[in-house]
Design a protein. Structure first.
Length: 400
């Protein structure tokens, strides 16, 4: 029996890679500052420039993903769902991307009461750079790199789990990889939402598009604030100070004023977001009916690993004894056994999904013993290590 999920294994690899990268960068920064007689702050600030941010995204996300998939010889088509988005999905995704932002800003504002808002400081530092470069560094590059890693590769490894569990794990990993306590809460929520969007559309673009809009809107708002009231962008709390300047001083802090304002907006927009998201799920429900709500792709879903051109739907690792990494407890079927077994408890009049045997086509079906669809719940040791590393990071951040 294989231990741990491949998604959590890669997440652990990614965290170790990022930590080593940051340690290596600091070492190089110290060496350069000593040898070349540069101020170390000047060297370190290079990574916080737009081009440094782009290089960081490529080095910490895309490079380790390429190395991992290359070593494991995993084809990209099995990890990155590429179904096309129809017009209605695009409209709903764009609308949700804008409507969700006050909610995310509210969560971020509450977190900012307890932790320093490093993102606001970075946004202020970027104001001296061209607008297009800000968008490239903060909106375009993270949307592509982070979505390929989290809603692409990692989420594909939880295709045998329910979407609820897969989305929660994905959101947790997404929040952890930001290594920022102020960002943790709202990135977790966004990670869960993006996971649902990709799951129901079977398209990685359903994660990239909203991700770009959310980040791009924040860049645009920051640019507008800087243009209208540049004197208020000198501190991380410039949004609250601007509200205070516009609406007059109140006997509460500017930060709390901003939270109250965003809370009212959130109450107004939440019903609209709920209705839109429900319509989004209804519109795409047919995509997942073929796999019973699981993340595994199917010909009907056109999702992970489904080759529309060749009409081939490759079996997952556990179902292919010839594929590297197949489950250790694979039992070779009898020679006279049918290609698609009849699951105990399955109604005779319930057709099976073509090319993808799945007992969840019938909710009353009872999987046979040792079926991958009915594996007992196990603790994932790799996920535990990921969480432990993050907890250590939190402790060092708070008390170090």
């Amino acid at each position: 029996m294989r231990r741990g999920n491949d998604g959590s294994k890669f997440m652990l690899f990614l965290m170790i890679w990022a930590i080593l990268f940051l340690i290596g960068f600091m070492f190089v920064a110290v060496v350069v500052s000593v040898v070349a007689d540069f101020d170390i702050d000047t060297v370190v600030s290079a990574i916080t420039s737009p081009w440094g941010t782009i290089a960081y995204q490529l080095a910490v996300f895309i490079l380790p993903l390429a190395i991992w998939m290359g070593i494991r010889r995993e084809p990209a088509r099995l990890s990155f769902p590429a179904a096309k988005l129809d017009g209605k999905n695009i409209v709903i995704l764009v609308a949700l991307s804008f409507l969700l932002q006050p909610i995310m800003m509210l969560i971020s504002g509450i977190s900012g009461l307890f932790f320093n808002n490093d993102v606001a400081e970075l946004m202020y530092a970027f104001q001296r750079h061209p607008f297009w470069l800000q968008l490239l560094a903060i909106a375009v590059t993270p949307a592509i790199c982070e979505e390929l890693v989290f809603r692409g590769y990692i989420q594909s490894k939880y295709r045998d789990q329910t979407i609820k569990k897969a989305a929660l794990i994905n959101g947790l990993f997404f929040a952890i990889m930001h290594l920022n306590l102020q960002q943790f809460a709202y990135t977790f929520v966004l990670g869960v939402i993006f996971a649902y969007m990709v799951h129901y559309t079977r398209s990685i673009w359903a994660g990239i598009l909203p991700h770009f809009i959310v980040n791009g809107t924040q860049v645009t708002l920051g640019r507008i604030v800087f243009a209208v009231a540049p004197e208020y962008t000198g501190t991380p709390q410039y949004s609250g100070e601007l509200i205070d300047a516009l609406y007059g001083a109140l006997p509460i802090s500017p930060e709390v004023q901003g939270i109250i304002f965003l809370g009212v907006i959130t109450l107004i927009l939440s019903p609209v977001v709920f209705v839109l998201f429900r319509e989004f799920i209804r519109h795409n429900k047919w995509q997942v009916e073929g796999d019973g709500g699981q993340l595994a792709g199917s010909p009907q879903a056109g999702g992970y690993g489904y080759d529309h051109e060749a009409n081939i739907n490759p079996m997952p690792d556990w179902a292919n004894p010839q594929q590297e990494g197949a489950a250790d407890d694979w039992v070779e079927p009898q020679q006279n056994a049918p290609a698609t077994p009849e699951w105990p408890g399955q109604h005779q009049d319930t057709p099976a999904t073509p090319g993808w045997p799945n007992p969840y086509n019938n909710p009353q079906a009872t999987p046979p013993p040792h079926s991958p669809y009915d594996q007992p719940s196990r603790v994932d040791p790799f996920a535990i290590v990921v969480v432990v590393i993050f907890v250590l990071f939190v402790v060092l951040t708070l008390f170090g």
